[in-house]
Every structure is written in structure tokens, then in C-alpha cells.
Design a protein around this ligand. Sequence first.
Ligand code: SF4
Ligand code: SF4
Length: 402
Amino acid sequence: MGVSAGWDPGRPAPAEEDVVKCVSCGLCLPHCPTFRLTGRETASPRGRIAAMRAVEEGFVQLDESFATMMDECLACRACEAACPSGVPFGRMIEAARAQVEPTRPAPARGLRRAGLAWVLPRPRLVATAGWALAIARALRLDRLAPAAQRASTPPASIAELRRPIPDTLGTGPVATVLAGCVMDVAFRPVQRATMRVVADAGYTALRTRAGGCCGALAMHYGHPEAARAMARARIPEMEAGEIVVVNGSGCSAHVKTYGELLGDDPVWAERAELVAARARDLIELSPPPRDRGLGDVAVHDACHHLHAQRIEPRAMLRDAGARCVDLGDGGRCCGAAGLYSVLQPALSADLRRQKAEAIAATGAPVVAVANSGCAIQIAAGLREIGSPVRVAHPAELLAPDA
Ligand code: SF4
Ligand code: SF4
């Protein structure tokens, strides 16, 4: 599958045996979105690996310029997929970010720790914050915020927020469905459709607790201990199912690493391995074919589907009557990448516009996007260029009446 947690609990730094695999051939460079945008070696996979190596060998300190090189990376793993030497860049960048985290200035470190290691592991806090934000937006209170800080998705109506998502649906073997951190509030139609698709695929869909983050963001941004704590909190709910269904690419890729993430934990290792083996992204399910007359559907491949898991939603969409239209951009990252649009707004905006233009050029009226972060980013990009293309999760296309 090509997914890995990539964190050595004894030493949060890129492993030497990974770093030395890079032979500096440069074949990954044309595939790297940040190198293509900037032309800088320091924004390329080869440059980043050279910096990791220099730190490893003691020639370079863990300083601000090293942190910038790691922060500008999208962790999209396009380089990993292109590398003929098998350099596992995804786990290296996560380890490098864990390595650099203690060296950040105190205010930035405190803010990141508060969000990633304190708020996200607390389901009630996450769910309450999500609801407060959704209600404020439904009441249009977000207009009081500066334009740049407003969310880019249209607010849900109060009626939509009141419409329940079933806790369980269907018959057959149990499939646990990860509710996740903010999906229940921010993407309620996707959650309802997900339950329907899982039930259609022959399972009893059983939803986990709202607000329960899988830990992907914490892992991605240099807080592996918080990610481990969140994995331990999710596993008891997840192991109730014969499979575990996750409807976001970054989250499904991360849950598949639980075995490695907790591999050194004598209490949790076996259970984590079991959950990881049972994890499926929603786009890997095979509900019975049902022609919904979808017509042309542009397909955006999320990086953590295409590069980290090597999976894609076309078979599922074709079974629902879609004529899938590929984007002509080689599957380049849309610039959402976790918190990238917040932390690297300029680079993210360039990628957002390029992605929106590639989607609009297909001429399809709808684009399938199987990840919430990409959906927000792409919807904003399409609005920026004045395109009417609609953004929909594959689950919504398969279960439009959910
Ligand atoms: S990461 Fe792979 S493709 Fe890129 S320079 Fe190193 S060996 Fe070559
Ligand atoms: S993960 Fe993506 S942005 Fe980072 S070096 Fe690789 S290709 Fe470039």
C-alpha cells in the first residue's frame, strides 16, 4: 500500500537508512509542486533530503532555514511515487517535522501544541468548537471576521445542521465508520451519504463518536506523541467492525499506519495492527453498480489517495454511471495539504488557482473530490476564477438522496 507512519519513538528524526537511499538523481524534481512553483533546490525533494542528511551528519543546525524547508513541503508524496530508489519521503518529512518542532519560537510552538496536542485529542472540545463555528456561520456571524479568515465553503443552514446523521444503517457484517473531527458538522451531507454507501456495499454501518480525530494532523505537523494518544483513543471504537471505513484521504492513509505508529507499545501494538489491516478508504468499497446518470465527472485525485495509498475512485464512479474525465495536470496537489493553506498561503494560493483552472478546462459540470480539505480548497479556487463547477464527494454522487 505504500503507507507508513515513519516515526521512531526513540529518535524523532529521519532514519539514516532512509536518508542514504537518495542518490540525488533529480528524477523527482519535475513531480514536486513546490519545486515547479519556485525553481528553488531548497524547495525540492532532493534539497530537503540533502538538508536532512546535513543535519544527520552534524554539518547543519536545526535552525529556522531548515524549518522553512520542511514547512514549505506539502507532504504530498508525489516525489515518493516518482523515485526509482524507493526513498520513503512521506515518513521522512513527518520525522523531520517532529525533529524541528522543539526548535520553533515559543509562541508558534505554544500555538501548535495547543491545537494539535491539546484540542484535537479532546472529542467533546472539538465537537463543541465545530458546532459553535457552524452555528455562527449559519447565522452569518462570520461576516464580522476579516475576509481572509472566513471559511470558503458556503455555510450550512440551521435546518441542515438539525438533520440527523444515522448512528447505524444497513444489515450485514459491521463496518465501523470514522466520524472524524469536524466532518459531522462541516460536511453533514457527506457523512450521511457515506453511511448510505457503506450500507449499500453490504455492511451495517456503525458510526464512531463525533469529534474523535484519528491523529493525522498531529502526525503531519510534528506531534507524534499526540497522534499516538489519538490512535489509542480511536482503536476501541474502530475494532468493533470487520472493516473500518474512512472517507477522507489523509485520515484513511493515517489509520492504515496505526500498526507501525504503535508498534513498540506492548499494550496496543496488536490491536493497532488489526485496525490498520481492516482500514479501508470509502473509495475502495464496491457497492452494487447503479446507473445514476451522472454524465461527465472530473476526477481530482487527492495526494494521500494517489501517492500514499495508490488508490483512486474511478471504478466506483463508473459503476454509478459517470464518464470520468481526468485533469490534465498530472495529479498535482491542490495546495490544501492539511494546514498548508493557512501556514503557507502564497504557495497554496498558486496551487489552488492551477487546480481550479485544470478542473474548469475539463468542461465537466461536477468534480469528484474525496477529501474534505481538498474540497474546501478547490471550491474556493473555482469561485476565485468564476467557475460554476460543483464540488462533490464520491459518496454524495453515489447516494444523492442521503
Ligand atoms: S528522492 Fe529519489 S528521485 Fe529524488 S533525487 Fe533522491 S533518489 Fe532521485
Ligand atoms: S512531498 Fe510533495 S512538496 Fe514535498 S518534496 Fe515531495 S513532491 Fe515536493
